[in-house]
Design a binder for this molecule. Structure first.
Ligand code: CP
Ligand code: NVA
Length: 304
């Protein structure tokens, strides 16, 4: 049966661990110039209904490095944007390509795509989740700290798609997570409930300094995500006090890592000083999107 990568909580810790192991191997090979054509002759269809820099480039380059090919399909230039049903798109694409990567709005669209496709489907961001990013983030922590499961993670800012994926990750891996959001911007309560039912250790607070106290990893994201542009001004007012700045870094461990999935709005959710500072690993994190996604694609698509 085909596997999809739609949401971290569909996977077990040991399956995701195997992806980290493969990521390490593929990254090493790529750095040493050793060919690793695990997807020779295969094609990935990449559907984008939202903008992207990192995701598009890393998936496309990743397929090339694996010996395959990637097709960029924007909703503006395909029939997807003109209302062709998802279930038809899924079945048509299954006749041409070996895997689908999709960035879109609704998680239920991705679930429908996966249900009707005969080939693996990868979630490259929805309004609900961004699982590839959190895998890259955890791999970055693994590289810098030699382990990820025993670290204390802190999320500051919007209870958005990234926060939801961190909550899922806390449930799957069992690490401690603290989530500080302004009132009214909490993470999706159904996702929180499901994580708590799985025994996730998560502190929810409205105090960034409480969340950051003694943490190993600090993480934030934009206050207005793609699709929320009209709320920017209101959110800027509501998120005052939720900037990842040097006061927050001082509350965490001295050797804490600062993550941000990028793109960042310096001066809003993160200060320029912190993103450019010694604790920041944001560009390693961005690079690791390439390596982790190669491992995800190889895991899903190498069979058959
Ligand atoms: N972090 C991330 O997904 O970046 P892009 O929106 O540029 O793809
Ligand atoms: N939360 C952001 C992440 C961008 C990579 C968004 O959805 O726009």
């Amino acid at each position: 049966m085909k596997s999809d990568f739609l949401c971290l909580s569909d996977w077990t810790a040991s399956e995701l661990d195997a992806i980290f192991t493969l990521t390490r191997e593929l990254k090493e090979k790529q750095k040493q110039g050793i060919a690793h054509p695990l997807l020779a002759g295969k094609t990935l269809g990449m559907i984008f209904e939202k903008s992207s820099t990192r995701t598009r480039i890393s998936f496309e380059v990743g397929m090339y490095q694996l010996g395959g090919h990637a097709l960029f399909l924007s909703s503006g230039t395909t029939q997807i944007g003109r209302g062709e049903p998802i279930k038809d798109t899924a079945r048509v694409m299954s006749r041409y390509v070996d895997g689908i990567m999709i960035r879109t709005y609704s998680q239920s669209d991705i679930s429908e795509l996966a249900e009707y496709a005969d080939i693996p489907v990868i979630n490259a961001l929805t309004d609900s989740y961004h699982p590839c990013q959190v895998m890259a983030d955890l791999f970055t922590v693994l590289e810098h700290k030699d382990s990820y499961a025993d670290q204390v993670y802190c999320w500051i800012g919007d209870g958005n798609n990234m926060a939801n994926s961190w909550i899922n990750a806390a449930a799957v891996f069992g690490f401690e997570l603290r989530v500080a959001t302004p009132r009214g911007y909490e993470a999706d309560s159904r996702i929180v409930e499901r994580a708590q039912q799985r025994g996730a250790k998560i502190l929810f607070t409205n105090d960034p300094l409480e969340a950051a106290a003694g943490a190993d990893v600090l993480n934030t994201d934009v206050w207005a995500s793609m699709g929320q542009e009209e709320e920017q001004a209101r959110r800027e007012a509501d998120f005052v006090g939720f900037q990842l700045n040097s006061e927050v870094v001082a509350a965490a461990k001295a050797d804490c890592l600062v993550l941000h999935c990028l793109p960042a709005h310096r001066g809003e959710e993160i200060s320029d000083e912190v993103i450019e500072g010694p604790n920041s690993v944001v560009f390693d994190e961005a690079e690791n999107r390439l390596h982790i996604q190669k491992a995800i694609m190889a895991t899903l698509m190498a069979k058959g």
